[in-house]
Ligand binder design. Structure first.
Ligand SMILES: Nc1ncnc2c1ncn2[C@@H]1O[C@H](COP(=O)(O)OP(=O)(O)OP(=O)(O)O)[C@@H](O)[C@H]1O
Ligand SMILES: [Mg+2]
Length: 295
């Protein structure tokens, strides 16, 4: 059901509905519709943190995420990697799919991307240049299950990993539990493919971080990408280096919201986001777009 709410007099898309398309998947943040071999990926304004979707959303978040993701997909394609990305231009989407009715959906503008349908590999390829969040916990609790690391300076939140990034995958499940490389091989069932995912992810993070530092003025501290198989080839899918899926330095990511939850002792429950916090997150995501020159 189409659900548009108000926050600080702005529209917030909490749920999309495209009655003439088949819903392929409803994720925590995005609704994915099927058009033949293509997927129409609609980014709503929902916000999830610690695997829980909040009761209210963030104005224009879906638009900002789509801009960030599209920028990186185009950049990554230029570097010769395969991705699912086709276009985020609504006119091109209509041209490719022949689905003119999309033009009537005013609320859809700026928050939609066309991708190729993939056979999803159920692993989140996480990489880290710096130690934050669960990575710090893993070190502190002696449950670091990946390649051993050394840090520059003291081993604490924000510490830079020597010869980074470190590849620290997780399961693609409700809880996104961390998995060792051997567990990843077991899940995928193909050691060579697992090795390829690891090395491609590390290369990709290096190339994108270098670009971010040299051309955009921020670091990618950590992040996750997802892969699928399209026409027999390993391809990047989902979203890439967005404020939802990565941490930056200076940080303009979801981390600020996670911090607000933690500071207020809100754990694993869905809450209404106060208007000032919602606008702060919206402004931060927007500012990340400005830094990238996509706004
Ligand atoms: N090219 C693609 N082919 C198939 N599925 C895709 C593709 N790109 C993205 N997806 C899937 O679409 C969903 C996007 O929605 P969203 O990111 O909101 O979900 P999520 O809640 O993070 O993930 P999940 O529902 O898998 O836990 C994800 O499940 C993602 O794996
Ligand atoms: Mg996701």
């Amino acid at each position: 059901m189409l659900r548009i709410e108000k926050m600080a007099e702005k529209n917030v898309l909490m749920e999309s509905e495209i009655p003439f398309l088949k819903l392929f998947k409803k994720g925590k943040v995005r609704e994915v519709y099927e058009i033949g071999d293509y997927l129409l990926i609609v980014a709503t304004d929902r916000l999830s943190a610690f695997d829980v979707v909040m009761k209210t959303g963030i104005p224009d978040k879906g638009v900002y995420l789509t801009k960030q993701s599209s920028y990186w997909f185009k950049f990554i394609e230029e570097k010769g990697y395969k991705t699912h990305f086709m276009t985020d231009d609504i006119d091109k989407i209509v041209e490719i799919t022949g689905e003119k009715r999309l033009l009537d959906l005013e609320w859809l503008k700026g928050r939609v991307m066309l991708g190729k349908k993939a056979e999803v590999i159920p692993v989140e390829a996480v990489c880290r240049f710096r130690l934050y969040g669960s990575a710090v916990t893993a070190i502190e609790t002696d449950t670091w299950i990946w390649d051993p690391i050394e840090t520059e300076g003291e081993l604490k939140a924000g510490a830079m990993i020597k010869n980074g990034p470190a590849f620290t995958p997780t399961e693609k499940s409700e809880t996104d539990d961390k998995i060792s490389f051997d567990q990843m091989v077991e899940i995928i069932g193909d050691p060579d493919l697992a090795k390829k995912i690891k090395s491609e992810t590390i290369d990709l993070f290096r190339i994108c971080n270098q670009h971010a530092v040299e051309k955009l003025g921020f670091e990618i501290a950590d992040g996750k990408v997802e892969y699928g198989i399209i026409d027999g080839e390993l391809s990047l899918i989902d979203e890439t280096f967005t404020s939802d899926s990565a941490r930056f330095l200076p940080d303009k990511s979801k981390e600020v919201f996670r911090k607000w939850l933690t500071d207020n002792n809100i754990k694993k429950v869905s809450v209404e986001i106060p208007e000032d916090i919602s606008m702060m997150v919206s402004d931060l995501y927007k500012s990340q777009c400005s830094d990238m020159g996509v706004l």
